[in-house]
Unconditional design. Sequence first.
Length: 569
Amino acid sequence: MKPFSVAPVQRNRTISSSIRRATSTVAITLATLFASSAATIHAATWNTLNGQPPLVLGHRGASGYVPEHTLESYRLAIALGADAIEPDLVSTKDGVLIARHEPMLSGTTNVASFAKFANRKRTSVIDGVSYTDWFSVDFTLAEVKELRASERVADRNQKFNGAFEIITLQDVIELAKKETIRTGRTISIYPETKHPTWHNAEGKPLEAALVSVLSAAGWTKKTDPVFIQSFEISNLKQLRGLTGLRLVQLLSCYDNDLATGNCIYIPLDADSAPGDWIAANDRRTYADMITPAGMADIAKYADGVGPWKRQFIGVKALAFGADGKPADFNGDGSIDEADGTTIKNSSLVANARTASLFVHPYTFRTDRAFARDYAGGGKGNASAVNAEYRQMWSLGVDGLFTDFPDDAVKSRALFAADQVEVIEYANSSDANAATRFFRTASDADIRIIATVKGLTRTTDSFKAWSTVQTGALATTAVCRYFDSKNIRHFYSVDVAQCAAYGAAGYSNEGIAFHAVPTTGSACASGTLAVNRFTRSVAGVTDERLSTAQALSGSTPAYSRSGVAFCAAN
Ligand SMILES: [Ca+2]
Ligand SMILES: [Ca+2]
């Protein structure tokens, strides 16, 4: 991982992706179903350490939307459904713990614009790396309060730069307590001690100050809504002697090796090893800590681990050049994770579980490029975002750090119900709204994203089950075929029609989702009718599916031809 940098990111939720809805002579009939019988509605059982749903941890708040580590970022994370908010902690000159990701202040504040602070700039070495910057330990809290926060990532929202204050750990605690009362949900805080060895060298140790503030808040034991995390080891062992609160050992590596899908560990590298090991010239790395023996050692002083996701799910290139190096598989001009597919590259999760340690991986970002096996990949692709979360829920992680808590919360809810959301998009430039697109969590195609522009999400959406529901809610598989020439997809619940698509040369992309078949005219309790509408335009039958009873405003008009299937309500 890269503790001080975040790669350029871009967020584009509304036009991210879409699938051309059937514009064909689809004859959806319900004569042939893939239904089975017996049993009841299936819902996910959580494969977590305590059997509870995994926690959504607001990484630096809701840092995908507003500047990180501000009161506004934390408040937004809570509003978006996060279970915990994460203040990274560094010290001021007067020993107050403030929420910043690193002691260097120039990356996320306007400190460089203050002439009176110009002479505070200096060089300091942290975990073996030299930085020339303004450091938090050289500023009193009163001086820090003169600064304003700014967005770290160039491609994220810049409009709040200069608007928000730098806040203290105490501010975060007060917010969490107030919001716990207001929302009726337990809002936990997840403080991280940043660079404890460096803080010690600067004469500003973090541990006693942290425990003092948390104890004053009434938080001292494992059942209290606090997790304390650190990339170092000795300070966690020290904290174990100072508090009964839950402790989390963070883990990391230098980078993902796209050629192999393995995490790269380099001795004495700031990303590959704890800072206290680097300071002691100890050549072990985090690779030594993710083994069964390493996890057993961690369990002696900590309650869980916080690994980088690439330490157990790597991304391996799908194509290689003549030089044997990863190639630009998707042809977008750069070589990155979007040119690869995910592979399991270690037994980290199982090893942690064996040692009774919970696993809270980081960091999940909607506005990053995704590997191809995440629903075809694509930056900001809603289906890929959901697919990555689903992989984590399936693996049984106990929580995860995300910059976009709303996306994780939504994915968790769908996974719990074993459902996928089906959303309709419309081509806004089409006055007749003739071009409609549905997208599900299992749909994806980067070719579509590159080709189709100007789409807006409509209000029409429903939920379908990703796996077969048995018993009273027996489901039918909805097949999906792709026409690469006209960039469109065809869906059908009719086996014969699905076969006809294949015969017509369309590519079979598998089962799109499972829906509940209609039996008679009404949908079963707990389900929602998805109606089928058709019209003829220039001799071609244009079909739409909608939860509406009628479609208006189009010329020629659509006529309803019955219920296509029942979806989850
Ligand atoms: Ca952190
Ligand atoms: Ca590429």
